[in-house]
Design a protein around this ligand. Structure first.
Ligand SMILES: NC(=O)c1ccc[n+]([C@@H]2O[C@H](COP(=O)([O-])OP(=O)(O)OC[C@H]3O[C@@H](n4cnc5c(N)ncnc54)[C@H](OP(=O)(O)O)[C@@H]3O)[C@@H](O)[C@H]2O)c1
Length: 289
């Protein structure tokens, strides 16, 4: 199964190349924003219309297990049926409960399915966010995620936030050690700026960046283009404008998702929902692109 393959990608194959391409070759390789797929790390090809699992937790505060566990499983199964190939999760969602629900609903995983989780942020209470990017913490959280998701290798492990007390090179270096040990296939970052991305790229290949970005909050526009130019996926969170700790979209769903999908060919959208009706509506977004 693709999720469990233990394959390491050399730095050069992801972010650099020894071959000089002609302008024509580059144009031919460049996907258009109407392309339905993006290849994470140039290898894991997924439908750019994905799903975000943060809301499949207890409320308020995305804390505790999702109270309607069986409905949550059915929703995840329906998402895959409708063509979702990329599911975004994180240790902090629950904590650990979103990863556990995903495994309970979808393991053994479909071949094309990529489950992305995160570490470096933890929770002990609904309103408490603990940022900890120390290497030993990240190593332990990677092991826990492997167990929770029932995987031998995490397809994409994202640093949830940069710990102000730990250099990003140190945190990313720890995830890269797990990558080299075969526990992580690709490394992603979340809540970073261009300078932090460049610092991370100086120590390891980076396959994705996940920041808040939508039609009403498009401050990271340059970063979308920069990541696109480097073959790095850009995963906008809050695509419907919802506040992370409160339920409810503030933007029209299909139009907002279509706007993001059109914005750049490296964008993978991850709308979050607990409603099958909303899920089905969101999965229609391609027809608005
Ligand atoms: N990296 C980070 O720091 C970070 C932070 C926040 C989120 N994220 C990720 O990004 C994902 C998406 O963000 P998000 O869930 O915060 O916000 P969002 O996708 O902008 O909006 C989700 C909210 O919109 C509602 N909704 C969804 N589809 C709808 C539709 N078709 N019509 C009307 N309402 C709809 C949902 O309520 P219903 O349940 O009622 O549908 C939910 O309350 C998360 O699930 C998570 O994976 C990452």
């Amino acid at each position: 199964m693709r999720l469990q393959q233990k394959r390491n990608l050399s730095d050069s194959s992801l972010n650099a190349t020894s071959h000089t391409y002609t302008r024509n070759e580059v144009d031919m390789m460049q996907p258009t924003a109407t392309n339905h797929t993006f290849a994470i790390g140039a290898e894991l090809t997924v439908n750019r219309l994905g799903y975000g699992a943060m809301r499949l937790t207890g409320q308020p505060g995305n804390f505790g297990p999702f109270p309607h566990w069986e409905d949550g499983k059915a929703l995840l199964q329906r998402a895959v049926e409708l063509g979702v190939q990329f599911i975004d999760s994180a240790r902090a969602y629950g904590p650990e409960w979103a990863d556990k629900l995903i495994a309970n609903a979808l393991h053994p995983y479909a071949d094309q399915l990529v489950i992305a989780t995160k570490g470096g942020v933890d929770k002990r209470a609904p309103d408490q966010i603990i940022v900890d990017g120390r290497p030993q913490t990240l190593a332990a959280q990677i092991d826990a995620a492997l167990q929770n998701l029932k995987l031998e290798q995490l397809p994409l492990f994202q640093l949830h936030r940069v710990d102000p007390a730990v250099a990003i090179e140190e945190s990313v270096g720890a995830i890269d050690a797990a990558r080299q040990a075969g526990k992580v296939r690709f490394i992603g970052l979340s809540n970073v700026d261009r300078e932090q991305l460049d610092r991370a790229l100086s120590v390891a290949p980076i396959a994705s960046v996940q920041n808040r970005f939508n039609q009403a909050e498009a401050g990271d526009s340059d970063l979308v283009d920069y990541t696109n130019s480097r073959g790095i996926a850009f995963i906008p969170y809050g695509p419907l404008g919802a506040h992370p700790m409160r339920q409810g979209a503030t933007l029209p769903a299909q139009e907002s998702l279509a706007w993001l999908l059109k914005r750049s060919p490296n964008v993978i959208v991850i709308p979050g929902t607990t409603s099958v009706t909303h899920l089905e509506e969101n999965m229609e977004a391609w027809s608005h692109v």
